[in-house]
Design a protein around this ligand. Structure first.
Ligand code: SF4
Length: 524
């Protein structure tokens, strides 16, 4: 560890240890009323995050610096919103965020380019609709994700929304858990396709069936991407439903107390207990037993129950458990919403559905409760608005981080480029094909989860043959999740953004044409 790194980590630990940032909303709003320059440095660079706030560039792609705007990420447990809440987000986006409202891979929405003076009104209005940003960022438990079909599809095991709400109440805002070594990501995922990627969360809870026929839950811990990607380790427990939240509280407490993880921020996630501190499954189970007051039933889990395919988005119409009702996953362009689109989707859910919106981990939107005879009308509206349900498989499965337009750390623009790529692939290969996910990130931090994608693109700037600096990507190939797990591998190919679209079009075409329909991209 260098001296600079040590001091940066120590300073961060000191500032967040001095005061619980969750108690500071009144102070934050008072600074905001006085203007951007009124924020003290320790609030600005550390404690604001606990309320989902990051200082942000001015939209011209400036890297570094402290431009006078904020990104605000909302915390939306399980991605569930009422149509009224969704409409409010659209109004705030139009009034204060230059029309931005991006769905993230953790089922949140984030605004960009918000001036400091707008924050008091935004927080007031959010509170009036029961929305918070508490714990959306910072060293705490991040938004807890779940399958967007939770409680509405035909699989009863998929209804974990009550546990999402209970775990959120136990961990978010609880002063015992405001100061974790780093961010802490939990998913409770009941769907067959494990659409929230439990294998790359700090804690992933999934339903399982015991050999004796009992239904219960399995837990895996220590997953994560970015620096040293690591698939979560499945503990040898068979858990009952009522044990889930106490177990999550126990794991959060164990994580909080590991001082060894507070020495270097880049090595502070739970996974580093396994990667750098010699922990294995048995050690984790033993340490965890000190933090829970029940004895989980020992059980060696069966791995073959896990999905073998990698189509995890829930786009298109799907039958619900209620007879005659359908849910509809609407494919969006990398989660990019506009106030107009938000109004239209809210109207659809109010007119044809049950006034409820769900955000998906693949950055799409789902509405529920559509009756059989309204399906054609809904599809027709979406087609008129440029959101066709057919022929958009790449648009719906291409994930992108916010990139240079919004992120101070980004090396390249990602959102518009990803849209161009997905549109070109949908034009060339409009028919349903093999599972193929493309994830794009603007820097190695991997907020776009590119290391699990079949095709991953990591932003880079490099000098071309003419010596001119250009924006491009390092290409990664062969990621897979499910019953087989592979992080993708660096292909050793660095391409400019312009070169990348024709090259990837050819690559996808070769895969689509390959003779074996069962062959995964990893084996191709
Ligand atoms: Fe920003 Fe990098 Fe994260 Fe993209 S991956 S949002 S560029 S930090």
């Amino acid at each position: 560890m260098t001296q600079a790194e040590e001091s940066k980590t120590a300073k961060h630990e000191r500032i967040k240890g001095e005061r619980n940032p969750w108690e500071m909303l009144p102070d934050i709003l008072e600074y905001a009323r006085q203007g951007f320059g009124a924020f003290p440095e320790e609030e600005f660079n550390v404690r604001l995050r606990w309320w989902g706030l990051y200082p942000q560039g001015d939209g011209t792609g400036t890297k570094g610096g402290t431009d006078p705007y904020f990104m605000l990420r909302l915390r939306i447990p399980g991605g569930k919103l009422s149509a009224g809440q969704f409409r409010l987000i659209g109004r705030l986006s139009a009034k204060y965020a230059r029309g931005t409202a991006d769905i993230t891979v953790r089922q949140n929405i984030q605004f960009h380019w918000i001036p400091a003076e707008a924050l008091p009104d935004i927080f007031d209005q959010l509170a009036s609709e029961g929305i918070t940003s508490m714990g959306a960022c910072g060293d705490d438990t991040r938004n807890i994700t779940t399958c967007p079909l939770s409680g509405i599809d035909s699989h009863p095991r998929n209804d974990l929304s009550d546990l999402v709400a209970e775990a959120t109440r136990a961990l978010n805002g609880n002063p015992v858990f405001y100061n974790l070594p780093r961010k802490f990501k939990i998913t409770l995922c009941g769907c067959e396709s494990e659409c929230t990627y439990p294998e790359i969360n700090d804690v992933g809870i999934t339903p399982v069936r015991h050999e004796d026929g009992r239904e219960g839950f399995s837990v895996q811990v220590g997953g994560g991407l970015s620096t040293r990607p690591h698939f979560a380790v499945r503990l040898h427990f068979f858990l009952m439903r009522e044990q889930i939240v106490p177990l999550l509280v126990g794991i959060a407490s164990l994580f909080r107390d590991q001082d060894v993880l507070r020495q270097k921020r880049e090595r502070a996630r739970l996974k580093f207990l396994f990667l750098e501190h010699g922990w294995d499954r048995e050690r984790f189970e033993k340490e965890l037993s000190r933090y829970i007051d029940f004895l989980p039933e020992p059980w060696v889990p069966v791995e073959h129950h896990r999905p073998s395919q990698t189509i995890r988005d829930h786009t298109g119409f799907q039958r619900q458990k209620d007879a005659g009702k359908w849910s509809l996953g609407i494919p969006l362009n990398q989660g990019g919403l506009t106030p107009d689109l938000i109004d239209k989707i809210a109207w659809l859910s109010e007119t044809y559905g049950e006034r409820e919106i769900r955000l998906t981990p693949q950055q799409n939107v789902l509405i529920a409760g559509i009756s059989e005879n309204a399906r054609d009308a809904v599809a027709s509206h979406l087609g008129e608005w440029g959101l066709p349900l057919d022929g958009s498989r790449f648009l719906s499965r291409t994930v992108s981080c916010t990139g240079k337009s919004f992120c101070r750390l980004a090396l390249v623009e990602t959102k518009d480029w990803s849209k161009r790529l997905a549109e070109e692939l949908d034009r060339l290969y409009p028919h349903p094909g093999k599972p193929l996910n493309i994830h794009v990130t603007g820097c190695p931090n991997d907020c776009g989860q590119q290391r699990i994608a079949e095709i991953g693109l990591q932003g880079v700037q490099f000098k071309g043959k003419d010596g001119v600096l250009q924006d491009g990507f390092d290409l990664f190939l062969g990621g897979e999740t499910g019953s087989r797990k592979f992080f993708n591998a660096r292909a050793g190919i660095r391409i400019s953004q312009e070169q990348a679209i024709p090259l990837l079009s050819r690559l996808v075409g070769m895969y689509e044409d390959s003779s074996d329909p069962e062959e995964s991209f990893h084996d191709f």
